[in-house]
Each structure stands twice: as structure tokens, then as C-alpha cells.
Design a protein around this ligand. Structure first.
Ligand code: AHR
Length: 687
């Protein structure tokens, strides 16, 4: 080997080593310190306890969009359980139900013969074949109907499912209730002998012996018979807090420790036309009596298993303040004029009574009959959604506002009109603010509320997201702009009291809006980077914002950086934490030199200090069912934890430095008295 060859080999080896280091650095989300050209100094003043952030600042917005509830968070497996989705004019279409058997073996058709007045349609089934007659033998497994749920039912071996159905029959016969695969393989089954009789509700718990994520529920028979079925429901017995919410999805949102839950929409609340708007009254009580409705903004039928009651219940189960968005007589295409708005106002007052009236009240009693005698703490309502400039909004708003404040003076009323730039011309406690834009714009909007008047109603940023080509189906880029925007909201949390990403959920089989925070199908789910970025803010609710200022000799470094510092206190361990968050929106790594005054080195507990970073090899990287953790936060111990320390902010990243602090007497006294939430404040972000 010549000297030249040796030199070439050495160069190649050195290069591949460097490449290797870079690959490792990117895949483990560490970046070689030498790559950072600029240093930004963050001076944090922890000598004062700071200003408390509202305990509601970061929360959730749940809308029935993308099958978020029906076929999503609501664990009901059967789609169109009452056969009403095809309309009330019979004969009607019954999809996604389908017939098992040939025309010679079985006939089916809808009739208005249900025992449920609000759900008149039932399915008549006539079994023409008969296993008791050699000449009329039914096919193996019998004939009947099947429902594939919402793009397949997730049936898991060893799990139990409660199936309920209403049935009437003219003669005794045997029915098989089963979860099967598409090819008919039985996953769980029960044979039931039914006697002739009028409508009755039946209930059976099936235990699955095999797994199929694309299963269906079938009702079949091999006996010649005539029977009617209606209100067929299938639910896993294991749901979040036993309240019917799909466990994995509810756990994902619970992990965000939301301060509030806004529900049930969105445009869903408005409807394109009022006849299709969400109505609270139709979505409470036994499911057999809920008529369901066609949401004409997102174009699908929902059985309303997730209704007004379930929204309130979910908020309670998440430890979040419920925020009810109600229809104020305005849809996308229609507006009720103020002179006839009275009954709409009364309807809303009764809805509030349902949530929080005493058991002795008419609607409080209705709530109690659903198993919740205690009032729900409904202290916030939003009058409409995105309706400020629609006809009659402001006039109607005043009618709702006056009536609500008269009966429920403690309720905080949210207006649809933007008060961030100029004072509102009507009274409100909060105003709704929605922003969907590209990444650069949202990043720059971290200053949106800097100049907002410090007096007057507070902002409720109830919908924000990066959309369009910057977002893909949920990119790192989008999440970083959102992270910077949230830092801006945190810094302005004297005038911004609530914020939530939108939309929260998408069933990948029916993507009506893109992007979304959580993507799922019948059996899988993952968070987009926009979901994970929210994890960086969950400890801010009720924490203390402490003042911090950035200094750098490079204007571009400063221009690409958003930072904040908060302090939290964990009452159960007595530990305090200082959390510095930083979004580096630029394509170069930065050194962040942190200088904290007011905290002594002796007080920092390195063993309880962590650095959490979310970045990825490419800024448009996304998560997916096949690679759900491609872009997620990575937590490591902050070994050099100290009041004065340097951390590296990788290009295109969000970082949180969490310093564990032994409390000082004075800070503890202040923080302890006023700290509202200490939920999990000891755990690092991913725990
Ligand atoms: O979040 C999706 C939609 O965006 C909401 O329904 C609506 O309020 C907004 O226009």
C-alpha cells in the first residue's frame, strides 16, 4: 500500500467515523457540541417566585371530527347500532351492516317497528333456511347480519366484550352472537335460545379466544324464523375509568394532564344547517333513546354514544375543567333572529342545569339517573363557534350572556369575537381565538399577545395548529412552530388563560381534517410531534413564570429561538423544579448558556435533573403506525446540572431542562400557598 493509498484510506476511515458519529448523534438526538456556532445566554431571575400561570392554561379540545368519538374515543364497536343512519324513511340502507346468506336463505329489511320512539327503525330478519329440515339446510355458521364496526373491530384474545341487543320474535329459535373474522372464523361466541315474545333487551358478555383487529359482530341463526333486532351494542368491558372511553386513547390524553376540556366542537356544534347541529338534549340518557344525527360539516352519522354527558364525564375523569361549547342558534348557513332566540336560550339554561343543577331539579335529576348525582363543575361556556361575524351573533350573544349571568353568575362566558387587538364591544370573560397557519407564521406569532391590553377579557386560544404543506400529516416542523407559539402563550399567560391544539384525534380511515394530534385505527394509535410537543407544557399549568431574558451576539440565533422559564413545586416530595424550555427553530445547533440568579449551586439536585429533547434527522419527519416513535421526546439525566450551565440545542428541536431543587424556606412558603397543580410534577416528561 502506497503512502497515497494509506492517506486515502485514513481519510475514508476518518470520514466514515465522523459519519458514524453524526448518524449516532442524530439517531440518539444528541448533536456534536462543536457543530453549534452561536451561543445564546439566557439570564433567569429566580430571586422572586414569579407570576402564577393559570391552572387551565394548557388543555384539550375534543371535537366529533375524523370519527374522534364515534369510532374513536367512544369504545362502542358497532356502527349504526340502531339502523337510523340511513334515515327514517323505510326501506332504508343499513350500511355498514350486511347480510350473511343468499336471497334464498334470508331476507332483511328495515321497518319502523322499534320499541324506541326516538329511534323508530328496526331490522326485520326472515330466516328461510332451516337446519331442522334436510331440504332447507342453512350454510355453516347460519345466516343473519354482521356489522364490521368502524373499519374493523379490535377483538383481543382473553378480553371480554358486552353485547347488548333488542329483539322480538314470532317463534322460538336459536341465535348465535359472535365476533368473527372476515372469513367467518369465530373469535368469541354465545348460543342463545330465544322464546317467542315481544321486544326485550338481551345482554351477554363474550370472552374472545383469538385476536383479530379487523373483526365483526354477527347475529346468525340456522333455524327458520322471523325476528326483529334493534339497538345492537358491543363494548369492551375494560374502558377508561369504566366510563366507556377507549382506554389507550383516553390514557394518551390523560398523560397530557389537561387543565380543561373544550367540547364537543368546533363546526360540529354549528352544523352546516341547524337541523344537523349537535343538540345536548338528544345526546343524554340511555343510548336506546338517543336519536343520533348526521353531522353535515364533517359528513358522517354519529350514534351520539359520546354525548354531552360523556363530555362532562371525560373532563371529570381527566381532572380537567369542562368547557361546553353550545349552539347559539347559528349554523354555517342559518341564523335565528334575536326576536325568536328565547327558546334557544332556555334550551341552553336547561343544559347548564343538566350539568350542575341539584338532583331535585328536573335536569339535575336526569343527570342523576345516568349515575352522576353530583353536579359537574361547569364554570365555562362558549357561546357558539367562529360565529362573531355571522348574522345576529352579537345580539343573540347578549341574550345568552344576560340569562346565564343572571342564573349562574360564576360561569365564565366565552365570546367568539377576537379581543386580542382591540377591546370587545360586548361583555365577556374570555374571547375565543383560532389560528391555523404555516410554520413560519405561527413561529412569529409567539409575540401575538405581547401587545394585547392587560385589562379586559382573557384569550382562549381554543384552536391552534400549523396546517398546509408545512405540516405533512404531523411534522416535526409543525410541532416546533407550535412549541414556540405555546412558549409565547406561557409568557403572556396574564392575558391568555387557555389554549388547545386542534383537532385532537383522527381515525386514519376517515381523515376529514389534517393534521391532528393523535392518529388511530381500530387497534393502533400514535401521537404526532404536535401531540408530543404538548407534553413539554403539561407542568406549566399552575406553575410560576419566572423572568428570563436572552442575549446573543448573533441576531439570527436570537431570531430562531423561543425560551421561557417556570418554577414548580411538588407538595408531596417537597422538591421544587425550575424548567427552562427552548425551541430552536433554526437549522443550526445553538449553545444555550443558562445563568440563574436566586438559586445556589448547593440547592441543585443533579440526580433529579433532566434534559428532554425532541428533534429528528429531517425537519419534515413524522410518526406513523410503522414507526410511531420516530419523533418523540428523549429524556436524559442532566449531569452538569447547576445554576450556571450550558446545554446544546440541536437544530430544529425543542428542549426542556428540568432542574431539581432543594426548596429554600422562603420560596417554598410562597409556592406552597399558591400552587394549584402539583400533578406529577416530579416525573420527567415521558413518565
Ligand atoms: O378544528 C377543525 C375546525 O376548525 C373546527 O371545527 C372549527 O372550529 C375550525 O374552523
Amino acid at each position: 500500500m502506497s503512502a497515497g493509498d494509506r492517506h486515502a484510506l485514513h481519510t475514508v476511515t476518518a470520514m466514515s467515523r465522523l459519519l458514524c458519529i453524526l448518524v449516532v448523534a442524530f439517531t440518539t438526538h444528541l448533536v456534536v457540541p462543536a457543530l453549534a456556532q452561536s451561543t445564546v445566554t439566557l439570564k433567569v431571575n429566580a430571586t422572586n417566585p414569579g407570576r402564577q400561570i393559570p391552572s387551565t392554561l394548557f388543555g384539550l379540545f375534543f371535537e366529533e371530527i375524523n370519527h374522534a368519538g364515534d369510532g374513536g374515543l367512544w369504545a362502542e364497536l358497532v356502527q349504526n347500532r340502531g339502523f337510523e343512519a340511513g334515515g327514517l324513511n323505510v326501506p332504508s340502507i343499513i350500511e355498514p351492516w350486511y347480510k350473511i346468506g343468499t336471497a334464498a336463505q334470508i331476507t332483511i329489511g328495515t321497518e319502523c317497528s322499534s320499541p324506541h320512539a326516538r329511534n323508530p327503525v328496526a331490522l326485520k330478519i326472515e330466516v328461510l333456511c332451516d337446519n331442522n329440515d334436510a331440504s332447507l339446510q342453512c350454510p355453516k355458521g347460519g345466516v343473519g347480519v354482521a356489522n364490521p364496526g368502524f373499519w374493523g373491530m379490535n377483538i383481543l384474545s382473553g378480553s371480554k366484550y358486552r353485547v347488548e341487543y333488542w329483539l322480538k320474535t314470532t317463534s322460538s329459535f336459536n341465535l348465535s352472537v359472535a365476533f368473527t373474522s372476515a372469513n367467518g372464523t369465530v373469535l368469541a361466541q354465545e348460543h342463545v335460545s330465544l322464546n317467542a315474545g315481544e321486544w326485550r333487551k338481551y345482554s351477554v358478555v363474550l370472552m374472545a379466544t383469538s385476536t383479530d383487529h379487523n373483526a365483526r359482530l354477527s347475529l346468525t341463526s340456522g333455524t327458520r324464523s322471523v325476528f326483529w333486532v334493534d339497538q345492537v351494542s358491543g363494548m369492551p368491558t375494560d374502558t377508561f375509568k369504566g366510563h366507556g372511553f377507549r382506554k389507550e386513547l383516553a390514557t394518551m390524553i390523560s398523560d397530557l394532564k389537561p387543565g380543561f376540556l373544550r367540547f364537543p366542537g368546533g363546526c360540529y356544534v354549528e352544523g352546516a344547517r341547524l337541523v344537523n347541529a349537535f343538540r345536548w338534549r338528544d345526546s343524554v340518557g340511555p343510548y336506546e333513546n338517543r336519536p343520533g344525527h348526521y353531522g353535515d360539516v364533517w359528513y358522517y352519522w354519529s350514534d351520539d354514544g359520546f354525548g354531552y354527558f360523556e363530555g362532562l364525564q371525560l373532563a371529570e375523569d381527566l381532572g380537567a375543567a369542562p368547557i361546553w361549547v353550545f349552539n347559539n342558534g347559528i349554523s354555517h348557513e342559518q341564523s335565528v333572529s334575536t326576536d325568536v332566540i328565547g327558546p334557544w336560550v332556555q334550551d341552553v339554561l336547561e343544559g347548564i342545569e343538566f350539568a350542575r343543577g341539584p338532583v331535585s331539579s328536573k335536569y339535575g335529576a336526569m343527570r342523576a339517573s345516568m349515575g352522576h348525582p353530583d353536579p359537574f363543575p361547569l364554570h365555562h361556556v362558549a357561546i357558539g363557534n367562529e360565529d362573531c361575524y355571522k348574522p345576529y351573533y352579537k345580539e343573540n350573544y347578549m341574550e345568552f350572556y344576560k340569562a346565564i349571568k343572571l342564573l349562574y353568575p360564576d360561569i365564565q362566558v366565552i365570546s367568539n369575537c377576537d379581543g386580542s387587538g382591540a377591546a370587545l364591544d360586548h361583555p365577556a370573560d374570555l374571547y375565543d381565538y383560532h389560528i391555523y397557519t404555516n410554520a413560519n407564521n405561527l413561529f412569529s406569532m409567539r409575540h401575538q399577545f405581547d401587545k394585547t391590553s392587560r385589562s379586559g377579557p382573557k384569550a382562549f386560544v381554543s384552536e391552534y395548529a400549523v396546517t398546509g404543506s408545512d405540516s405533512g400529516k404531523g411534522s416535526l416542523l409543525a410541532s416546533l412552530a407550535e412549541g414556540a407559539f405555546l412558549i409565547g402563550l406561557e409568557l403572556n399567560s396574564d392575558v391568555v388563560h387557555m389554549a388547545s391544539y386542534a383537532p385532537l384525534f383522527v381515525n386514519d380511515n376517515d381523515r376529514r381534517w389534517n393534521p391532528d394530534a393523535i392518529v388511530f385505527n381500530s387497534w393502533q394509535q400514535y401521537g404526532t410531534p404536535s401531540y408530543w410537543v404538548q407534553q413539554f407544557f403539561k407542568k406549566s399549568n399552575g406553575a410560576y413564570l419566572i423572568s428570563s431574558t436572552m442575549e446573543a451576539d448573533s441576531a439570527s440565533a436570537l431570531a430562531n429561538l423561543a425560551t421561557s422559564a417556570v418554577r414548580t413545586y411538588n407538595a408531596s416530595t417537597g422538591m421544587e423544579y425550575m424548567i427552562v424550555k427552548a425551541v430552536n427553530f433554526g437549522s443550526s445547533a445553538l449553545n444555550l448558556s443558562i445563568a440563574v440568579s436566586g438559586i445556589s449551586a448547593n440547592n441543585v439536585v443533579a440526580a433529579d435533573s433532566h434534559i428532554t429533547v425532541m428533534t429528528s434527522g429531517a425537519v419534515m419527519d413524522e410518526n406513523s403506525f410503522t414507526n410511531p416513535k420516530k419523533v418523540v421526546p428523549q429524556v436524559s439525566q442532566a449531569e452538569n446540572a447547576a445554576p450556571n450551565m450550558q446545554i446544546l440545542l440541536p437544530a430544529h428541536s425543542i428542549t426542556a431542562l428540568e432542574l431539581g431543587l432543594l426548596p429554600t424556606k422562603s420560596s417554598t412558603a410562597t409556592l406552597e400557598v399558591t400552587q394549584v397543580t402539583s400533578k406529577d410534577s416530579k416525573a420527567p416528561f415521558l413518565v
